[in-house]
Design a protein around this ligand. Structure first.
Ligand code: CP
Length: 329
């Protein structure tokens, strides 16, 4: 979070101008965002899914890396709050001609925007932008660094399922090394009092991760025995500059989350995945579509969480969220 409060910042949670990560948020701030998301869930169930909460605000979705869920979820959240939105991708924009991130943003600012939602391939890109423009900046994933709204929707989904996050045993399985989702989830889960473990090939577990307060489990069978929540990650082949696993088939044999493995779980285990999934590699279809899966509820919660973040950064307060959602045009 930056200290600047040029735009918004009067959110009642002390979030400041931007949401660039969860690392520096307090438990009260994280839980305050989740509480704010609760009343917004219902808006997406209405026949007319629209409230005038952000009427007159202009939001730019600047996605310079591919995305399905996050981009569309932000766009739905913005439209359901009545904001005016513009989508920019690197393909077809002047980024392709070599324009810098700051120049792109300054030109957008010159058109009098209020918020930027940014996905970028480089760690720190969201903070870099947040430090240079007065608009609110929301990080929609910056390289392998953080993906705060993904972690918030994950926390909300765990809270919905178990009633609380504190004390839950959550194991993140897969390519932790290259995952911004893992990083944000670890910060958020630990801050909210969960026990966190990671499991995967040694090559894909960052050295020294235990120093964060995370346990390393080497076998997926052991992870399934320990965890109440299994958070499955895909292999991020696009970020790998070397052979981190012998083959995808070998990875599935040793670390794949399968029905056979889950049926040996001692308790009712919940399976989450941020998507996109590689079925038959890190997760089998029987699991992704089976009774353990909370993967689609995660996606549904993503819209409410993003509505909450947009509302709070625009100056809304958690206490007023209930009445804000009842406002009519
Ligand atoms: N979970 C997630 O970030 O998915 P997308 O890459 O499709 O946005």
């Amino acid at each position: 979070m930056t200290a600047t409060t040029t735009n918004g910042g009067a959110d009642g949670l002390g979030l400041g101008k931007d949401l660039t990560g969860l690392q520096h948020l307090t438990r009260d701030q994280i839980e305050g965002i989740l509480d704010t998301a609760e009343p917004f869930k219902e808006i997406s169930e209405r026949r007319i899914k629209k409230v005038p909460v952000l009427r007159g605000k202009t939001i730019v979705n600047l996605f310079l890396e591919p995305s399905t869920r996050t981009r569309i979820s932000f766009e739905f959240a913005e439209k359901r709050l009545s904001a005016d939105t513009v989508n920019i991708a690197s393909s077809g924009s002047s980024v392709e001609k070599g324009e810098s991130l700051v120049d792109t943003a300054r030109n957008l600012e010159a058109m009098r925007i209020d918020m930027v939602v940014i996905r970028h391939g480089s760690s720190g890109a969201a903070q870099f932008l947040a430090d240079r423009i007065p608009s609110n900046v929301i990080n929609a994933g910056d390289g392998p660094h953080e993906h705060p709204t993904q972690a918030l929707l994950d926390l909300l989904t765990i809270r919905d399922r178990f009633g609380s996050i504190a004390g839950r045993r959550v194991c993140i399985v897969g390519d932790v090394r290259h995952s911004r989702v893992a990083r944000s989830d670890i910060w958020g889960l630990l801050r909210c009092g969960a026990e966190v473990a990671v499991c995967g090939p040694k090559t894909l577990i960052p050295m020294g991760i235990e120093e964060l307060g995370v346990t390393v489990i080497s076998r997926v069978e052991e992870a399934i025995e320990w965890a109440e929540v299994l958070y499955v990650l895909r292999l991020q082949l696009e970020r790998m500059d070397a052979g981190f696993v012998p083959s995808l088939r070998e990875y599935n044999r040793v670390f794949g989350v399968s029905r056979a493995r889950l049926e040996r779980a001692p308790e009712d285990i919940a399976v989450l995945h941020p998507g996109p999934m590689n079925r038959g590699v890190e997760i089998d279809s029987d699991v992704a579509d089976g009774p353990w899966s909370l993967i689609l509820p995660q996606v549904t919660n993503g819209v409410a969480v993003r509505m909450a973040v947009l509302y709070l950064l625009a100056g809304g307060s958690p206490e007023r969220a209930e009445s804000a959602k009842e406002a009519r045009e």
